[in-house]
Ligand binder design. Sequence first.
Ligand SMILES: O=C(O)CC1=CCC(=O)O1
Length: 268
Amino acid sequence: MQFARINDVTIHYQIIGGPADKPVLVFANSLGTDFRIWRDVVVRLAGDFAIVLYDKRGHGLSDLGQMPYSIEDHATDLAGLLDFLSVKNAIICGLSVGGLVAQSLYQRRPDLVRALILCDTAHKIGTAESWNARIAKVEADGIESIVDSIMERWFTPAFRRPENIAYDGYCNMLIRQPVAGYVATCAALRDADLTEAAAKIAVPTICIVGDQDGSTPPELVLSTAKLIPNARYEVIKDAGHIPCVEQPEALTEVIRAFIDVVLRGEQA
Ligand SMILES: O=C(O)CC1=CCC(=O)O1
C-alpha cells in the first residue's frame, strides 16, 4: 500500500506495471467505490503501461479531507498526486464522477493529460433534486438504505444474482465507504457542470458506456461525446454503470484499441 500527503489529505494510491518509460495510464473511480474496481482491467494492461490507481478523498483508504468538496478539489488532488509522482502527459481514464474529475483535471492542468477515456460519465450527471434527495436519505438512514437502488444502476440483472459472490462484495464496498465522504462527493456531483469545458477539450477522447447503465445512460454519454470535438463513442454490451467490473475484457479491448490509435496518431 502506498500513501501520499496531497493538499493536506492522505491519498491512498498504487502504481502497477511499468517501467516508467511506458505510457502512464491513470484510473479514477466512481462514487461509492475504491480503486479495486479496476483490478480485472489492470491485470490485462499491466505489462504495457505504468498504471496509477488511487482513492479519491472521502473514499477507500484516503482521508476525508476538509468538507465541502467540489469536483475541482478532487481534480486538484489528482493533479497533486501526479506532480508528487512526477507524472506528466498521462492517459486519464475516469469512471462516472472520476470522469468529471478527469475533465476538470484537463481544464486546470492540460500538461498532465495526453488523452481522456471517459467511462460511464458525462459533462453533467443527475439533477440538484436527485442529489439532494440522495444526500438526505443517506444522512438519515445510512448508505445501506440505498444499496438495492444503487446496485440496479451499477449492474445488470445477470450480475445481481444472489449466488454471485462478487455482487455481495460490491454491495459491501459501497456500504463501507465513509458516509461523510460519500455525501460530500454527491454534493460535488450536484454542483458540477462541465458543459462549456467539454467543448474545449483538445486531446484525443473516447466516451464509453455500458448498454444498461442506469446512472449515465447511453443517450447521456452520447450527448457528452457530441460536445467534445472529435470524440469517439463506444457501447459495452451487457454492462451497467461499472463495466470494469462486469465486462472487463470488453472494456480493456476498447481502451487498448483507443490508446493504440492515440499513440499511432502521435507518431504520424
Ligand atoms: O451511484 C450512482 O448513481 C452512480 C454514480 C453516479 C456518479 C458516480 O460516480 O457514480
